[in-house]
Ligand binder design. Structure first.
Ligand code: ADP
Ligand code: NA
Length: 331
């Protein structure tokens, strides 16, 4: 069997929050101890919609800093910018000959993202999943972490791999398996238990940013929307109480326990009692990240160095597969 290897990308955005950390970044930090990992800032994906160039450049650095501050270790994982490894774009083009319009037409994310203005969407937004296929096939990834919304794109990558291998009679691409991230923490807004915690929420009070200091975190948790009932002692008691469920879920994720275990300890407490406990847990996780982030922001050269080294390593790893693809095609 192939050595386990994973590839995962994240779009470079600014202002990361606790939802990004518990839902995505923390899993990467854990994976780097379990298998060979390549993590990239998906800047080529970012340009499928208009981004202010100066803002994008700043976001790329900020995201790199946030990942390192969160515990991605450039000695353990290959951390790089997608655009710094031209093989991603090259392989994407080669795979465009294999991917079918019908396959891409079925992608629900394109339908969602393009909305009613399908004709006005960029070609890049449409072929985005082919670039994603290139991202993972390039490194012969065996495992790819996917959220619910990305399952279909991984299926497409597998279909492209199979069709290419079959059409050109090669054993070049590996079909990656999904890593479905357990009961993935889905962190909800602190102001509305029905909405995801998100950077696009206009209210800063709705989220804990990874750069927030302890006082601000305490304040945000204190003001978090709740109901007047005390915490139940069993999860069934969270039924219909989205805000309470969310705070319990955050405490569970932060302490690596189940909500049931959190309730076994804290059931019966009112929010006046539970919120300070939760705030302390959040501060314990976020404060060290914020500290390192502030530090890394002062040293852009160190960040550029980390990314340059990662890109050099990624280019090396990508080269044989890309050469194999050209060869298979007769180019
Ligand atoms: P946002 O919703 O703030 O725009 P992104 O869409 O850029 O965040 O998501 C980046 C990563 O963080 C993705 O892997 C996504 O699944 C994860 N993520 C974002 N928001 C949350 C959340 N509220 N809870 C759990 N994971 C999240
Ligand atoms: Na988003």
């Amino acid at each position: 069997a192939a050595t386990p290897r994973t590839v995962s990308g994240i779009q470079p955005t600014g202002n990361l929050h606790l939802g990004n950390y518990l839902g995505a970044i923390r899993n990467w930090v854990r994976m780097q101890d379990e298998m060979a990992c390549l993590f990239f800032l998906a800047d080529l994906h970012a340009i499928t919609v208009y981004n202010d160039p100066a803002e994008l450049a700043a976001n790329i650095r900020e995201m790199a800093a946030t990942l390192v501050a969160s515990g991605i270790d450039p000695q353990k994982a290959v951390l790089f910018r997608q655009a710094a490894v031209p093989a991603h774009a090259e392989l994407c083009w080669l795979l465009n000959g294999t991917a079918r319009i019908g396959w891409l037409n079925r992608m629900t994310q394109f339908k969602e993202k393009s909305g009613k203005n399908r004709e006005g969407a960029s070609i890049g937004l449409f072929t985005y999943p082919v670039l994603q296929a290139a991202d993972v096939l390039l490194y012969r990834a065996t495992h790819v972490p996917v959220g619910e919304d990305q399952k279909q794109h991984l299926e497409l990558a597998r279909d492209i791999a199979t069709k290419f291998n079959t059409d050109y009679n090669v054993d070049l691409f590996v079909e990656p398996d999904p890593i479905i991230g357990g009961p993935a923490a889905r962190v909800m807004s602190l102001r509305d238990g029905g909405a995801k915690m998100s950077k696009s929420d206009p209210s800063d009070m709705s989220r804990i940013n990874l750069i927030d200091d302890a006082d601000l975190i305490v304040q945000k948790i204190k003001k978090a929307k709740t109901d007047p009932e005390p915490l139940p002692s069993e999860v069934e008691g969270l039924e219909g109480r989205a805000e309470a469920r969310n705070l319990v879920g955050i405490a569970a994720a932060l302490t690596d326990r189940t909500p049931a275990q959190v309730l076994a300890e804290h059931g019966g407490k009112g929010f006046g009692q539970f919120k300070p406990i939760l705030a302390e847990l959040v501060v314990e996780t976020v404060a060290p990240i914020a500290q390192r982030l502030v530090q890394l922001r002062t040293d852009p050269e160190e960040l550029d160095h980390i990314l340059a080294q990662g890109a050099a390593r990624a280019r090396e790893m990508a080269a044989p597969t890309l050469a194999g693809a050209y060869r298979a095609l007769g180019l």
